[in-house]
Each structure stands twice: as C-alpha cells, then as structure tokens.
Design a binder for this molecule. Structure first.
Ligand code: NAG
Length: 434
C-alpha cells in the first residue's frame, strides 16, 4: 500500500528543490542466496510470459530434462484445461555450462482482461495469468537494471503490490555476467511475477556476454527471453514492437547496429510508419543507454544512437522514452535535440531496480535545462495510461523497504496537444520514405 505522504513529499520537493534532505540513502545489498534444490527432470522452472502478437501470449519455461514436452494446457477455470498448444524448445552451451531445455509456447487467441490458468508440459503446479485489457485504461510497471540482490527483492515486492497489466524492462535483467547459472536463479526469482503478467524486456549491456572469436553476444538472453520480434516484422530478438490497448510500444537495442544503414534503423522506420495514432494514440519507446542523462555515470554513451535515431522518434511524435543503464532516476521535460521542446519526448531513466553495482550518485551541476527531477535511489515506476490524452506517471523509491512515491505527474499525449501538425507529417513523410 502507498503511504499517505506523497502530496507532502511533492510539496517539499517543489519548495526545497530536493526531496532527500534528511533521507539517508541505503547501501547496496548483497546478492541473494539461492539454495540449490533438485527438481524432477520435467518440472517446469523459471516460468515467464510475454505478449506474442494480437491476443496471444508466449509461455516460456525451463526443464532439466531434455525429453520434456513443450505443450501448455490452459483454460479460464482452475484445473480445467480445455485448450492445449504445442510449442518449440531450444538449449545452448556456454563454455562448461549447458542450459536446461528452454520451452516457448504461444497460446491464444485469448480474451482480453481475463484470468487464465495454465500448466507447462503436463507437469508441476498450475500458474495463473491475466491478459491486458483491450482498451484504456492500462497500467505498466517499469523497472530496469534489476539484478538479483536484496534490493531487487524489495523492488519486486513493491511491483507485486501495484495493480499492473504489463511489466516493461529497459534492459539489464540478471547480471549473470558470463556466470550462466545466474540466469537460472534470476528466472526463479522473477517467476512469481513474470508468470502472472507479461514481462516485455529489451537488452542491456549485461545481456551481451560476448567473448571475442568464441561467442557472439546475447546467446543466453535470446534463448531464454524470446520476445515477439517475428510477430512485429523484425529479424532480431534485440528490437521489436507490440501494442497494448491504445499504446504502440517499441523496444530498441542499444547494443546492436543503429545507424541509418543498419537493419534496426530500417525496421524502426517501417514500424513507425505503420503506427496509426487513431488506433494507438500513445507511442512509447524503450532502450537501455539513455540519451538524456545528467549523471556522471555512463555520460555520453547513448549519443551515437541518439544522433542516428532522435529525428525519427521526433518526427513520429513519440510521447515517452524509458531507458536504464544509469543506476538512478531522472525525468526530463519534453525535449528535442538537447533543448526543451513542447512537442518533444519525455525521457525517463529508470535503471534503479536494485542490482549489485549500487547507485550512481554524482550529477552534473547545475542540471541541464531539460532535467526536471533526478535522484539516486532504488525503486520502480508505474505508468497508468488513463485515456487517449492523459497518463499518470509515478516513481516509487524503496524507502526502508516501503514504496514511497517520490516523483509524479500527469503527462498529456502529443496526439491531444496539437503537436502532430502538418509540418510534422511532412517531416515524417521525408524521414520514413522507404
Ligand atoms: C482523460 O482523463 C483525464 C484525467 O482523468 C480527464 O481529466 C479527461 O477529461 C479525460 N478525457 C477524456 C476525453 O475522457
């Protein structure tokens, strides 16, 4: 539950310029212990779900046994599975590690805003999921750079308390960092949440795990966290798009080609040109390395991608960008090309899910003109898109294990604010010509 002080906090913030005057910022917490438990070889582990095209959901899980089947039984009442869907499986080896069997099974068509009960591979416990609504309002939980520490647990507990439909994760999931079994412990850690609501993720630098001449990047990430890239016309799991209620969401990759000759750039152009603002009045983009960042950590790392892609996002009238990477929270005004612009994008850095590297405390002073709010604390965000013109954003910091709403505001969509004018449409035409 929310504590009853948020208005007071906002008031203090406005009048003092800092929310954190007598707030003692917590230390990083240790990586969690995961006692190893032997499970039957076909027992489903690390269950997580993701949206997979219109009215479909992908169910992903891992079994130790290589002969376990990849089907999912499901239905709308507990214990009664009237439908069965067959899926596919994969596995990978990484130096001395071999993964379990990784199953991916798409179920659907599903009713919107409906609870489904399901079981993986005919074994183990029953899981329950809820599909997102077909129409607004819809609520997103947002947290990047999660890792698997005591703070991750605190963040996940807070997300669990909020009523949300879809989790958005702007990169850096497990912090496995080449130690492959940490992907497995991360999968177990997030299962209670990620088996119940779709988790839509994009990759961060910690997903790369590249070894020159031996391993291309993203092997574990791509095998385990398959996202709907095929469903959205992309040829890579590293970038894709999807739609929820009235929102078109694009997940980009900061660590794959992004210049104007890249596949990603051309896919983005094609995807943006298909967006119908009548059907999806909101347009949101996620990627890992922030473009607008006044923290000393990772300063300038997003510049190359920003130079290539910011004009496209601006021409398309993107409302909001979520990034991670910097272990802190920062929110911008609507901004374009380094300057406040009422028809630009609101950039939010939310790389503070709780990983073991700790927080990024040092900020440039004075803050740039576009920066509105910044604070180095662990936490998560909630975005409630209420209707075609209004969305409520709040950032909740982990305050001694209580979620405390520290930043909040109403955001109005560009569709409703007269920004998507003729001029913008002609810019769009030029930039998005095939
Ligand atoms: C959208 O929601 C906002 C905030 O609740 C409200 O003020 C506004 O009237 C709503 N607009 C429409 C068209 O319903």
């Amino acid at each position: 539950m929310e504590r009853k002080i948020p208005t007071l906090v906002l008031f203090l913030w406005i009048f003092s310029g800092t929310v954190a005057a007598d707030y003692v910022r917590p230390q990083p917490r240790k990586t969690l212990d995961f006692p190893s438990e032997r499970k039957a070889s076909s027992y489903p582990q690390q269950v997580h779900i993701s949206l997979a095209g219109d009215r479909h959901m992908r169910i992903s899980w891992v079994t130790d046994g290589k002969s376990s089947p990849s089907y999912v039984e499901y239905g709308t009442s507990p214990g009664r599975y009237d439908t069965i869907a067959q899926g596919e499986s994969t596995s990978y080896s990484y130096i001395l590690y071999s993964s379990g069997k990784i199953h991916h099974t798409v179920i659907g068509p599903l009713e919107s805003n409906t609870a489904y009960f399901y079981r993986c591979g005919g074994e183990g416990p029953e899981f329950q999921l809820k599909t997102p609504p077909a129409e607004l309002p819809v609520t997103f939980a947002v947290a990047g750079d999660l890792g698997q520490t005591g703070w991750t647990k605190s963040t996940l507990d807070h997300i669990d308390q909020c009523k949300y439909d879809v989790h958005l994760l702007p990169g850096d999931l497990s912090y496995a960092d080449y130690i492959q079994h940490r992907w497995d412990t991360f999968g177990e850690l997030v299962q209670p949440l990620a088996s119940a609501r779709p988790w839509m993720v994009t990759e961060g630098n910690h997903e790369q795990e590249r070894i020159p001449l031996i391993k291309d990047g993203f092997q574990s990430y791509n095998a385990r966290w398959k996202m709907p890239f095929e469903e959205s016309g992309s040829s890579s799991n590293l970038y894709y798009s999807f739609e929820v209620a009235g929102i078109h969401i694009i997940m980009l990759g900061s660590y794959t080609g992004y210049d104007e000759y890249s596949e990603q750039y051309n896919w983005l152009k094609a995807d943006l040109s298909k967006v119908d603002r009548g059907k999806t009045p909101w347009l949101i983009v996620l990627f890992h390395a922030p473009w607008y960042n006044s923290n000393y950590a990772h300063q300038g790392e997003g510049d190359g991608m920003m130079e290539a892609m910011e004009p496209l996002l601006y021409a398309a009238g993107v409302d909001l960008v979520f990034a991670g990477h910097v272990h802190a929270y920062e929110r911008s005004k609507r901004v374009y090309s380094g300057k406040p612009d009422p028809c630009g994008v609101v950039h939010i850095t939310i790389g503070d899910g709780g990983n073991r590297e700790g927080l990024a405390h040092r900020y440039k002073d004075p803050p740039p003109e576009w920066s509105v709010f910044r604070e180095a604390s662990f936490g998560h965000g909630e975005l409630k898109v209420v209707n075609s013109s209004h969305a409520f954003w709040s950032w909740h910091r982990n305050d001694d294990d209580e979620p405390l709403r520290s930043d909040q505001l109403w955001i109005t969509s560009l569709t409703s604010s007269g920004c998507l004018t003729e001029k913008r449409h002609s810019l769009r035409k030029i930039l998005m010509a095939p």
